[in-house]
Ligand binder design. Structure first.
Ligand SMILES: [Zn+2]
Ligand SMILES: [Zn+2]
Ligand SMILES: [Zn+2]
Ligand SMILES: [Zn+2]
Length: 483
């Protein structure tokens, strides 16, 4: 990845503000001003964008806007002039897009450490996202954290704030979502003010993770609202920090709420993260939720594939040791303990908070009582996890294969007997005779099944679209095959 040779930081010693270049030149109409930007985006679909002009794509949109398909561009009316069919098909398409996953073998970390770096500059008060950027981001973060810990029970998350050109740790790195939620609920501590310093935020994240072993995946997720960063006028520039990040293998993902910023894109590309510009509320949510599955590190070496095949076959066959003669990937052993769960009887003193509480878990090594798992034992430092947590965190080693769509021709063939209801939720499938009307513009090209049925290749059970998403997104096991 070539670095940017055109980039020149502000040289004036009086000012330590560094305005960052846009990837494309912008004319006066496009200067930051959320309401104008929103108006432009909304009018764009109606062909009134000729006046915007200069430095943009053919249809007057920024390059990053083109990556997002706007829902009103793809909607088509059905024969009766109604939109219900189109809306149904859009929902089905979105659902299917999320349910379909890559089947290539990937190596992923099950132990993740992530700092969420939150921009709390004045620009967070902008009202282009409803009710405003600040409220919406907090609201999303609350459900994001819960979902993140659900999918990555062995991971840890910390939160760093950027405001007044300083960065501060709001929540130190830890594995307890309740603590993060409690802190995010207290808005008095989170007043947006001043300008952000991306450099300070990243330096703090790197410092907070420098002690972690190389086996865990180090990540930073930046939610950046401002269009510039005010970095310290010292000997180190943000480009130096970027080089450090690459060396520390700190994968940085940045979600911008205002527009594409060149330095942000560079940081993401060089550290292996992703850069995204949120167009609207729903898109912001999409971008955030994309970071929940563990990032793929490399294509899995054949040795891992051998182990995976052997495990999938129940240890009977497959998986010659060592795969295709290559040594297995280097790995460290980790010490973990499975705790004993205490009955909900009388109250006893816990080692983590020093409070009298009912229930809890006993550390298998030192026998002290812990309130919640997964955690590190307060007394002996042992990593205490429950076996369901451990099993949940490597679901991606044994993914449920994508379900196949069922074309109309096969479904209407009388020699096939079709189950009347979904195998997952027992809901009735649409009747074959009125499918043509119901699914309207839904096409198989997008992976949407015209019959509304999704069939597991292994157990040949049919599932509805909702179950397809739930199984691949949350459950990670096929109800038909696991019996
Ligand atoms: Zn406790
Ligand atoms: Zn212990
Ligand atoms: Zn179902
Ligand atoms: Zn199945």
């Amino acid at each position: 990845m070539p670095t940017d040779s055109n980039y020149t930081p502000a040289l004036s010693p009086a000012s330590d503000d560094v305005d960052l270049d846009y990837a494309e030149d912008q004319d006066e109409d496009d200067r930051p001003g959320p309401s104008r930007r929103r108006a432009g985006a909304k009018g764009g679909g109606k062909g009134q964008n000729g006046a915007a002009g200069g430095g943009k794509g053919e249809d007057g949109r920024q390059a990053w806007e083109g990556m997002y398909k706007r829902s009103w561009d793809v909607v088509q009316e059905d024969e009766g002039g109604g939109l219900q069919a189109a809306v149904d098909s859009l929902i089905a398409r979105g659902r299917r897009k999320r349910a379909l996953m890559s089947e290539a073998p990937l190596r992923r970390s099950i132990i993740r450490h992530m700092f969420i770096i939150l921009d709390l500059s004045d620009s967070m008060r902008d009202k282009d996202f409803r009710p405003n950027r600040f409220e919406l981001t907090l609201q999303y973060l609350r459900s994001y954290v819960v979902e993140w810990f659900d999918q990555n029970p062995l991971g840890q998350v910390g939160i760093i704030l950027m405001r007044d050109r300083l960065s501060e740790v709001l929540v130190p790195m830890g594995g307890n979502p309740q603590e993060i939620l409690a802190t995010l609920a207290d808005k008095r501590k989170l007043e947006p003010s001043g300008e952000p310093s991306l450099q300070n935020g990243l330096v703090m994240a790197r410092g907070g993770m420098s002690h972690l072993p190389s086996t865990s995946s180090l990540e930073a997720l930046v939610i950046f609202s401002s269009i510039s960063t005010s970095d310290p006028d010292g000997p180190t520039s943000i480009h130096q920090v970027l080089t450090d990040l690459v060396q520390a293998r700190l994968r940085t993902t940045i979600i911008s709420l205002s527009g594409e910023i060149k330095i942000c894109r560079q940081i993401c590309e060089r550290t292996g993260g992703r850069f995204g510009v949120a167009i609207d509320e729903e898109h912001l949510r999409e971008l955030l939720w994309e970071t929940i599955p563990p990032p793929a590190q490399t294509l899995a070496p054949s040795a891992t594939m051998g182990v995976r095949n052997a495990l999938a076959a129940g240890g009977r066959a497959g998986g010659r040791p060592g795969g295709a003669g290559r040594p297995p990937p280097a790995g460290d052993l980790m010490v973990m303990g499975f705790p004993v769960r205490l009955p909900q009887g009388g109250e006893t003193l816990c080692a983590c908070h020093g409070l009298l509480k009912k229930g809890g878990y006993l550390c298998p090594r030192c026998g002290s009582k812990l309130c919640d798992v997964p955690t590190d034992c307060e007394v002996c430092g042992l990593m205490v996890v429950s076996s369901p947590h451990l099993a949940r965190s490597f679901w991606f080693l044994f993914p449920v294969a994508n379900y196949a769509t069922l074309p109309l021709e096969i479904a209407s063939d009388p020699s096939h007997e079709l189950a009347p209801t979904c195998f997952g939720c027992d809901r009735d499938f649409p009747d074959l005779s009125d499918i043509g009307i119901n699914l309207g513009v839904a096409s198989q090209a997008e992976g949407v099944s015209p019959t509304g049925r999704y069939r597991c290749v292994k157990c040949a059970n049919d599932f509805c679209g909702d179950c397809d998403l739930y199984i691949h997104d949350t459950l990670h096991t096929c109800p038909g095959c696991s019996q």
